[in-house]
Write a new protein. Structure first.
Length: 160
């Protein structure tokens, strides 16, 4: 079943890069008591993700945070090393880069994408959401799972 507006974010463990290397982070720690904008991409360093989707959130990070958002997070079915390198490549210093290497969080949301036809295996559909104190208040899933029409930073700004 796919997550929907009004649902709570499931408990899961993601990973993020720290100075000591990859560290687990629980979704409860990311979302509890905070307003979070979360967006997901099918894959770090892929053209649409790197040229269009991520740059929108980097450029509009201050505007998004000015609307009361505590954290802007990006998640992908990649490892923490890749997410860290991609974040640095994209100048995403103001974003929390989250790795869902085994797609456990993505599957718990019901937002997995079968990209095996492209040699990518299971990935995440492209989406964005606003989560307030763990509850989804806005959800924008791309109709085809990969396009960049409804999950943009500009759309999130309109919804805040």
């Amino acid at each position: 079943m796919t997550i929907k507006v009004g649902d709570h974010i499931p408990t899961a463990t993601l990973h993020r890069m720290t100075e000591e290397g990859p560290k687990p982070v629980k979704t409860d720690d990311i979302f509890h008591g905070k307003k979070v904008v979360l967006f997901a991409v099918p894959g770090a360093f892929t053209p649409g993700c790197s040229n269009t989707h991520m740059p929108g959130f980097v450029v509009h990070a201050d505007d998004i945070k000015a609307k009361g958002v505590d954290t802007i997070a990006c998640v992908a079915v990649n490892d923490a090393f890749v997410m860290d390198a991609w974040g640095k490549n994209q100048n995403a210093d103001n974003l929390l880069m989250l790795a869902d290497g085994n797609a456990e969080f993505t599957k718990a949301l019901g937002l997995e994408l079968d990209a095996s036809g492209f040699g990518l295996g299971t990935r995440s559909k492209r989406y964005s959401m606003i989560v307030d104190h763990g509850k989804v208040t806005a959800l924008n899933v791309e109709p085809d799972g990969a396009g960049i029409e409804v999950s943009t930073a500009e759309k999130i700004l309109d919804q805040l």
